[in-house]
Ligand binder design. Structure first.
Ligand code: SIN
Ligand code: MN
Length: 257
């Protein structure tokens, strides 16, 4: 799946692009079944939400399940990523972020590069975060909020929050968020299950609590250029992949078996 010139320009200008109807209902159903199996595993790679006791984030999925490994390398992710960042990409991280109905908690305002740099010593903000929705995401069930163009300001100062996001997250302070939003507004990324969202490493984003009765699960893969690999190795492999060889695309049909 190739991005057209308008979509490539959107990524460059706004820092994100939303691509509806990428994966079919059948593909999403197969992935959701695999998600249920993954969530039952007792492993530290399943991070539990403090308030509800349910899985909030399941990580290292390409290392744990064939269908998620295939999804990670799927041409619908891999080809756009190659158009944007070239062909030599490794899998930095895979995860499913859930916001359970009624209880799903906030992700504070942040941009991913602050963690990639601060925790893993990734040199430059070149990683791409590629999402696929496993549920319909609406304005009500905790969609991601983006500040368009915020990546153009470089890396906003961040501080380490070890309290409010269930795991340590480098967050952007409110004064900076205020300034960025005043200039560029906020958008929410919503769409049907099977929608893909791609965004860049310096884009400021977050998401609010899910007080609706609808669950919200989103799969995320972070692909990073091989020559921009991590230089610090404090975090476990399920948080930052250690295989720095360029990946190859899986087959278009791999999720339908
Ligand atoms: C993230 O920024 O990694 C997660 C945000 C979300 O899933 O709402
Ligand atoms: Mn993030």
């Amino acid at each position: 799946m190739k991005l057209n010139a308008t979509q490539l320009k959107e990524i460059e200008e706004n820092g994100y692009v939303i691509l509806p109807d990428c994966f079919s209902n059948e593909e999403v159903n197969n992935l959701r079944k695999a998600m249920t199996t993954i969530f039952k595993e007792k492993t530290e790679a399943n991070i539990i939400e403090k308030s509800s006791g349910v899985v909030r984030t399941a990580m290292g999925l390409h290392l744990r399940s064939k269908i998620f490994d295939d999804l990670t390398r799927h041409p619908k992710f891999f080809e756009p990523a190659c158009q944007i960042r070239g062909h030599n990409l490794y899998i930095q991280q895979t995860k499913i972020n859930v916001k359970a109905a009624f209880t799903g908690e906030v992700w504070q305002w942040h941009y991913d590069f602050a963690t990639h740099f601060g925790e893993d010593g990734v040199p430059k903000p070149l990683a791409l975060n590629l999402h696929v929705f496993f549920d319909k995401v609406t304005e009500f069930n905790g969609p991601l909020f983006f500040i368009p163009k915020s990546h153009k300001y470089g890396s906003a100062p961040s501080k380490l929050d070890t309290v409010t996001t269930n795991y340590p997250l480098w967050v952007v302070d409110q004064q900076n968020v205020k300034t960025l939003v005043k200039e560029n507004g906020i958008v929410s990324a919503h769409g049907k299950a099977g929608t893909v969202v791609i965004f860049v490493d310096n884009l400021v984003h977050g998401s609010a609590q899910n007080m609706s009765p609808m669950d919200r699960a989103i799969f995320s893969v972070i692909l990073n250029p091989c020559d921009n690999a991590q230089t610090k190795f404090a975090r476990p492999e399920y948080k930052h992949g250690r295989d720095f060889k360029p990946i190859k695309a899986s087959s278009y049909k791999s999720l339908l078996i």
